[in-house]
Design a protein around this ligand. Structure first.
Ligand code: OFO
Length: 171
């Protein structure tokens, strides 16, 4: 069973995850517009991942007998200076999400809510992976710099990313 506070905070996190999806969808649209379809694909897969994170929390609240309460989603940025700018903003946003997850874990520990604490561990691991991916792409974009061929090579690579829904045992 969830405390009122925990239920509210988990509902806020659903909103954060859907906002993340919306932000990456916006980055995908901007990448398409500038002709970088591989980057567009990468961000669209990220959109799908974020929606699956939102659904994971949605299902958890329901499983715990709580009530899912959806709220308005903030408008995402629609203009970016470059692919590097997008990934730097992605990393900044993911660091914010990591902070939110850490705060939720702190609350679960303070409330002795072991079930929610265990549930949130998946997100802790996921955040390590997401920040790692963003850092990796930022490093490579810095190496590429103004080199158009390098950017197109990276674009081809990012075109190969596919969405892998979390395994049943993870949900
Ligand atoms: Fe970008 O990660 Fe969700 O939680």
């Amino acid at each position: 069973m969830l405390s009122e506070t925990m239920m509210e905070r988990l509902n806020e996190q659903i909103n954060n995850e859907i906002y993340s999806a919306y932000l990456y969808m916006s980055m995908s649209a901007c990448s398409t517009y500038t002709g970088l379809k591989g980057f567009a694909n990468w961000f669209m897969v990220q959109y799908q991942e974020e929606m699956s994170h939102a659904m994971k929390i949605y299902d958890y609240i329901n499983d715990q007998g709580g009530q899912v309460l959806l709220a308005a989603i903030k408008e995402p940025a629609t203009e970016f200076e470059s692919q590097l700018d997008m990934f730097e903003k992605t990393l900044t946003h993911e660091r914010f999400i990591t902070g939110c997850i850490n705060d939720l874990v702190d609350l679960a520990i303070a409330e002795k809510d072991h079930a929610t604490n265990i549930f949130l561990q998946w997100f802790i691991t996921e955040q390590i992976e997401e920040e790692g991916n963003d850092n990796d792409i930022i490093t490579r974009l810095k190496i590429v710099g103004e080199d158009g061929n390098g950017l197109l090579m990276l674009d081809r690579e990012l075109a190969a990313r596919v969405f892998a829904p979390p395994a049943a045992s993870d949900t």
